[in-house]
Write a protein that binds this ligand. Structure first.
Ligand code: MAN
Length: 525
């Protein structure tokens, strides 16, 4: 306690030095490290209240090199508080706020050297010099913005024109769409009408086809029947109308496993549990099992032969037009197996619809319906194309092209940048791509996303997202920083983080005088 009281007394002595050193650059008396705007908060005639309101201390405690306030507001001119703020006027250049912990630390932070007042001579005042440089730079920037602003104004004019033209075009497209839809509806009606007629005419052909199919099926059935009864007669050696096990035992084709005899198992297979089969059983059960074996033994299905008429064929032993030798299967004799008759005339009757010949009237109806279908397809395509154009126009009209449409004419403009390895391409408001100079495919580094500048300067940064997936990582994306320049060009492309690209773009669209003022204000601390 004694020690701290002694320190406090000692510090009081320095108050004169610390507290009442009035800034040389201004008439307003204020403690060291206090800005003009805060001077009124430090009144030597009153106690001082910490900025956070937590305590009130005698004014003599301000800048006494002892930290009394939690927020460090009592020690703006010393390094006593870790969180204090020291203000340097930097006359001739920009004023600055530095952490008061840097006061008298041997390092010159302020260009006027006031932060190192304990060791006069350590820091010289270089504010004039810096200020001059900064002013020259600012002037250059102002000049650039001024020249660029002319171009920007042109861009604004063109941008607004483009947008109003687009709005008009959109209106026109809506009208076109309405008309195209009327045409489409008409074509639909026409198509239905003509297709109904076409269908009616074709039904005649379809009916004929169906009749023909049924006739052929019947013919086929009859052929099967004839064939089966012939074979039955052949196997039924005593011609008693019943095929017995004894009769089939001597016919090789019933020897399914080709072991030289027709055994019980084989008889069971062909006759079921019966000792004999009549013609009816034979046709329905035995013949369908025997026929494939017979044909297999012959080594083939027989080639087609001509049939006299497409009527029910009258086939008997004498009239058989062709016979195929069957030396082994049917009892090993020379008996022939009749070939399955084939209706040659049928082939002309059923042809694929496309190649079928129609009568002139039907063909005319088909042609008219085909043309109506084609016209409807065209009309539908036209509507779709107009709709797609409408969508594009709507999307473009919804895009944010800056406060005054200054970026509108840049939409779709592509700019390239080459480094050692890649060629980068930014198509504004569309996408960013990267192509290796060693070949290979183009890699998408992002599609137009949004403006992403900080508050108050939204149009200074563009974000392109959802690029090609990074190997084992997220989608590639690109950030485009925009600065004023007399022409639109990319001045640098880097990849500060893997698959995150940083692009510097200059464009006259960003040469905005009011922006410049904002920036300048921002720099004034
Ligand atoms: C490619 C390029 C690079 C990227 C890697 C990630 O080589 O797109 O920019 O860093 O892929 O695998």
């Amino acid at each position: 306690m004694i020690y701290s009281a002694w320190i406090r007394q000692l510090q009081s002595l320095t108050i004169v030095i610390f507290t009442f050193i009035i800034s040389a650059q201004t008439d307003v008396p204020r403690p060291r490290g206090v800005s003009l705007s805060k001077a009124s908060l430090y009144s030597p005639t009153k106690d001082f209240t910490c900025f956070d309101g937590t305590s009130t201390i005698p004014f003599s405690y301000v800048n006494d090199d002892y930290c009394d306030c939690f927020d460090g507001s009592d020690e703006p001119g010393t390094a006593a508080c870790l969180n204090g703020v020291f203000y340097c006027t930097n006359a001739g250049h920009r004023p600055q706020n530095i952490p008061s912990s840097r006061v008298n630390d041997g390092i010159c932070d302020c260009c006027d050297g006031t932060d190192e007042y304990a060791t006069p001579g350590t820091c010289s005042n270089i504010c004039e010099e810096l200020g001059k440089e900064a002013r020259a730079k600012a002037q250059q920037l102002a000049d650039l913005h001024k020249s660029g602003n002319h171009i920007r104004l042109e861009l604004i004019e063109k941008g607004n024109k483009k947008r109003s033209e687009m709005a008009l075009q959109l209106l026109q497209l809506e009208k076109d769409k309405a008309e195209a839809e009327i045409i489409k509806n008409e074509k639909e009606v026409l198509k239905s009408e003509l297709e109904a007629k076409e269908n009616e005419a074709l039904q005649v052909y379809r009916d004929a086809e169906e009749k023909d199919r049924q006739r052929k099926a019947e013919l086929e059935r009859q052929q099967q029947e004839t064939e089966a009864s012939e074979q039955f007669a052949r196997f039924d050696s005593n011609s008693d109308g019943v095929l017995t096990t004894d009769e089939i035992k001597v016919v090789n084709v019933f020897d399914k496993n080709k072991d030289g005899e027709v055994d019980q198992e084989e008889i069971l297979h062909f006759f079921g549990d019966k000792d004999s089969v009549n013609m009816e059983d034979f046709m329905s059960t035995t013949w369908p099992m025997v026929k494939p074996l017979l044909m297999l033994d012959q080594g083939m299905f027989r080639p087609a032969v001509k049939e006299e008429e497409d009527d029910e064929p009258e086939v008997d032993e004498e009239e058989e037009t062709q016979r195929v030798e069957d030396t082994e299967d049917v009892g090993g004799d020379d008996e022939n197996i009749e070939e399955i008759p084939h209706d040659d005339a049928d082939e002309q009757d059923v042809e694929p619809e496309q190649s079928r010949a129609y009568d002139d009237e039907t063909q005319k109806l088909i042609d008219e319906a085909t043309e109506a279908r084609r016209q409807l397809t065209d009309a539908e395509r036209t509507v779709r194309e107009i709709e797609s154009n409408i969508r594009t126009f709507q999307q473009n009209l919804e895009k944010d092209y800056g406060l005054q449409q200054e970026y509108a004419t840049l939409d779709g403009q592509c700019l390239e940048y080459e480094d050692k390895e890649y060629i980068y391409k930014l198509c504004l408001f569309q996408k960013v791509t990267q192509k290796s100079k060693n070949g290979g495919m183009e890699v998408g580094l992002g599609e137009w996303g949004e403006w992403a500048g900080r508050e108050g300067n939204k149009y200074s940064v563009m974000k392109y997202t959802n690029g090609m997936a990074c190997w084992n990582g997220p989608s590639r994306m690109s950030i485009v920083n925009i600065n004023c320049g007399l022409e639109s060009k990319l001045t640098s492309v880097t990849e500060p983080f893997r698959c995150e690209y940083k692009i510097e773009l200059t464009t006259p669209a960003a040469c905005d005088d009011s922006n410049l003022t904002q920036e300048a204000t921002h720099d004034e601390l």
